[in-house]
Ligand binder design. Structure first.
Ligand SMILES: Cc1ncc(COP(=O)(O)O)c(C=O)c1O
Length: 392
């Protein structure tokens, strides 16, 4: 290459799945039937009324132009109604909701909005890779915070306080990323955890960014929003998404919820980068947000059946796991006999044509773990298990 890259491109590596799924496609092109349990890409359909709304909307002559930067008022009202119904959190649809092209986009725009060069960002030592990658991309200083396996993968607040105490005041910690139900460990959200986090954010005047895409997937208790906690609104914003909870990952519809000044500030950046979303997507999302509690229960019943099959697959690998996990994945520890997650994952892909995610892509602490997704029919998971049991 003749033209030198910007430092941020030099430092940023292509997303693991972007590289690995190309390898999966090469194997498929060579005629191999790869069972992909790596990525959280729901295979189930959105609700029928969602699809109908899309078709109806796309036929309207008014559907094809630029849309409001803040999304349609109907979408924002539907999000507000969903938040009220699901979490008991009232939001002003005009001022406290910003539709996003998936919550991944929000991570970038929030980071661009709040972080100066060198500012501290707290990211969980195991977590969605974009928190770390985007923080580094905008020149912030990434501070990993530990999660305690023996305490439900919750943050170690003493260590967090030490990190703050040892921070150069010229570059304060500005943002803490958090995500419960937690990906990849499946640790559930609890009100006590959220209250502790809000206290921490208030004590140290940092923005608590909670990423909440899994609250409706295999949740054992009613779902919680961080914004339902007293004192959260001053210091917290929440990302949410239709990707997992409504089987709409490819539609790229999410949103940020928070107080008006936070929403306005992110919008100021975002409106210079993209120009809103396609109206039929927003109309269909508006409809999807009215899916009944029964619809969500039926989806979870399908996942529950798959979960049993995944436990059998993990047993065949000799892995150990908690049965209390929530969300779209199962996180499991390797047996001592396996040298590393990378070795196991590469071996399974090449010899059995079964792909699962190695834990290290969520942080170095994940090197002795794997993550298996619930996004394939039960029969395919059982077939994967049968392949594992077959002699080489
Ligand atoms: C924790 C977490 N946050 C955000 C996302 C991205 O969601 P979206 O599809 O809304 O961009 C994912 C996707 O896997 C995720 O696991």
């Amino acid at each position: 290459m003749i033209i030198p890259l910007a430092h941020r491109a030099d430092q940023t590596q292509e997303y693991y799945f972007s590289v690995k799924l190309a390898e999966v496609r090469r194997l498929q092109a060579a005629g191999h039937d790869v069972i992909n349990l790596g990525i959280g890409n729901p295979d189930l359909m959105p609700s029928p009324n969602t699809i109908d709304a899309l078709i109806k909307s796309v036929q309207q002559p008014t559907a094809h132009g630029y849309q409001p930067y803040k999304g349609t008022p109907a979408l924002r009202q539907a999000i507000a109604a969903f938040y009220n119904h699901t979490y008991g959190v009232p939001l002003d649809p005009d001022t406290e909701i910003l539709p996003l092209i998936g919550s991944k986009e929000g991570i970038t725009h929030i980071s661009l909005t709040f972080l100066n060069d060198g500012d501290g960002v707290l990211v969980p030592e195991l977590g969605y890779p974009a928190y770390r990658a985007v923080s580094a991309m905008v020149g912030a200083s990434v501070r990993e915070y530990p999660l305690m396996e023996n305490n439900g993968w919750q943050p170690d607040w003493d260590v967090l306080e030490d990190i703050i105490a040892n921070t150069d005041p010229r570059h304060p910690v500005k943002i803490m990323w958090m995500n419960y139900p937690h990906m990849p460990t499946g640790a559930p959200a609890t009100r006590a955890l959220f209250e502790r986090a809000v206290r921490f954010a208030n004590d140290y005047k940092l923005l608590l960014c909670h990423d909440n895409p899994y609250s409706l997937i295999l949740n054992k208790k009613p779902p919680i929003s961080l914004l339902s906690v007293d004192g959260a609104r001053e210091v917290a914003i929440e990302l949410n998404s239709l990707s997992k909870s409504h089987n709409m990952a490819g539609w790229r519809i999410g949103w940020m919820a928070g107080e008006k000044p936070y929403v306005d500030s992110v919008l100021a950046i975002k409106s210079n980068v993209d120009s809103g979303q396609f109206k039929p997507l927003m109309d269909a999302a508006t409809e999807a947000l009215t899916n009944s509690d029964d619809w969500h229960r039926e989806r979870n019943a399908v996942y529950q059946g798959r979960l049993d099959a995944i436990h059998a697959l993990l047993d065949a690998l000799g892995c150990t796991y908690s049965t209390d996990q929530e969300g779209l994945f199962i996180w499991a520890k390797l047996p001592d006999s396996v040298p590393s997650a990378e070795a196991l994952v590469d071996d399974l892909l090449l010899t059995k044509h079964v792909f699962i995610a190695p834990g290290f892509i969520f942080g170095p602490k994940g090197n002795r773990y794997v993550r298996v997704s619930l996004c394939l029919p039960r029969e395919r998971i059982e077939e994967a298990t049968a392949r594992l049991k077959m002699p080489q």
